[in-house]
Design a protein around this ligand. Structure first.
Ligand SMILES: [Zn+2]
Ligand SMILES: [Zn+2]
Length: 425
């Protein structure tokens, strides 16, 4: 982070040691004299590499990986941060604000992004609660991101420092049959940003391959751009379910993913979309996202209400965005013969069902795993062209220091919370 006057071209250089970073500045004019100060106990080493380049290395600060540095060159001064702040999932249920080392490029086809905004995703609530199949502590989570490119490797051609971007948080091998056929979401070597080993947007900086970075249209606000990732999930589910013009769909759950799925199903041409949820504020948001009807799941007549909208034979497509076995059973009872059920939710309990309910009526049950490039591109163009009405989903913006509160809000859905985002300053 650079604050205060910064009139010189600068570049953070490679780490010399886990606890020693080097900052190099290249003055545009002849360097006459300079002085440095580091705002932490320890030693700051200054070295003039050439007539126009100096560097400084902070050492002896094992307990302080993040320190503030001021370098003065005559009339110019440069104030910067070595290291970064991040929210660490230290253990199940434990989030901790830490100072840590800034991740670095390990290949020239990668970029370093400075996070501006990061959303709290339902999958991260599962990780926090210990109910996620592979997300576990310790991890710096965060994969719904808007940020600014801080550094781009020399092989990057489409992304440059200063670009405002969002990302597809899937790091894949690029060579397997899935990666080479447009389905990198299924790569067996896939790693997801914000899981153990790949620090995510809950940190001030993260590294990502250039081909997973999407520049944002200039007119798109941060609170709209942060929804590209969840909308991509909805786009993928609608594509998997092959939603066609005029079809009738039911979406169980009106959290961020359910609402994104409602909007995506409308983009795909669904004429009727029935939202089902227990919370009134989520059902109101569902109507704004494009649902043609909203049904309170707790109503005694809920099934009858749903059938009154989709017809007595049932819905063409049912989307399951709530991981509760009873919801899957309900989906099976409400899909029409020959219809499709798209499964998006994570379940923490096994689901049991009568196989003949599927076999006897040609019902297709489809898994929907994150998304592919085409879904992200579709999500961006749907937002740019005003075809996906989800701009109202971000209900709370909190500073990164209040990550725990953001998780509590996301879990409790109090104060009409839907999508809670964290801001890095
Ligand atoms: Zn997510
Ligand atoms: Zn692969």
């Amino acid at each position: 982070m650079i604050t205060g006057p910064c009139l010189l071209p600068f570049r953070w250089r490679d780490s010399l040691h886990p606890n020693i970073d080097r900052l190099s500045a290249r003055p545009t004019r002849r360097l006459y004299s300079f002085s440095c100060h580091v705002f932490a106990p320890g030693t700051l080493h200054i070295r003039q590499f050439s007539k126009h380049t100096i560097g400084c290395a902070a050492s002896g600060m094992a307990s302080r990986p993040r320190v503030e540095v001021l370098i003065e060159f005559g009339l110019w001064s440069l104030r910067g941060m070595i290291g970064m702040r991040a929210v660490l999932l230290e253990d199940y249920g434990v989030l901790k604000l830490i100072e840590t080392h800034r991740p670095e490029l390990t290949g020239q086809d990668q970029v370093l992004v400075r996070t501006s905004v990061v959303g709290v995703c339902g999958s991260e609530i599962h990780a926090f609660n210990g109910s996620h199949p592979f997300r576990e502590p310790p991890a710096v989570m965060g994969h719904e991101i808007v940020g600014i490119v801080a550094e781009a490797g020399s092989d990057c051609s489409s992304i440059k420092p200063g670009d405002r971007v969002t990302v597809d948080p899937q790091w894949t091998c690029g060579t397997c049959s899935w990666c080479t056929s447009g389905r990198h979401n299924l790569c067996p070597k896939k790693t997801v940003l914000g899981t153990t080993g790949w620090s995510g947007g809950f940190g001030e900086y993260f590294v990502i391959p250039e081909n997973r970075v999407y520049p944002l249209p200039p007119g798109m606000s941060d609170s709209e751009a942060i929804l590209i990732e969840p909308l991509s999930v909805g786009m993928h589910a609608s594509r998997r379910a092959a939603v066609r013009d005029g079809e009738k769909a039911v979406v169980f759950g009106s959290g961020t993913i359910g609402l994104s799925t409602i909007a995506a199903a409308r983009v795909y041409g669904a004429a009727t979309v029935v939202a089902v949820d227990l919370l009134d504020h989520c059902l109101i948001a569902a109507t704004s996202a494009g649902a043609t009807a909203a049904v309170h799941a707790g109503a005694v007549s809920a099934d009858d209400q749903i059938r009154s909208y989709v017809g007595k034979d049932g819905a063409d497509v049912v989307f399951v965005t709530i991981g509760i076995p009873a919801v899957f059973e309900k989906a099976l009872s409400l899909v029409r013969p020959g219809g499709r059920i798209a499964m998006i939710a994570l379940f923490d309990k096994p689901v049991s069902f009568e196989p003949f309910d599927i076999v006897g009526s040609d019902v297709s049950i489809l898994g929907s795993q994150m998304y592919s490039d085409i879904d992200v591109k579709d999500a961006i163009s749907a937002l740019v062209e005003g075809r996906a009405a989800i701009q109202h989903l971000v209900t709370h913006e909190l500073p990164i220091e209040e990550a725990r509160k953001a998780f509590d809000l996301t879990i409790s859905k109090k104060d009409n919370a839907i999508k809670v985002v964290l801001l890095h300053r």
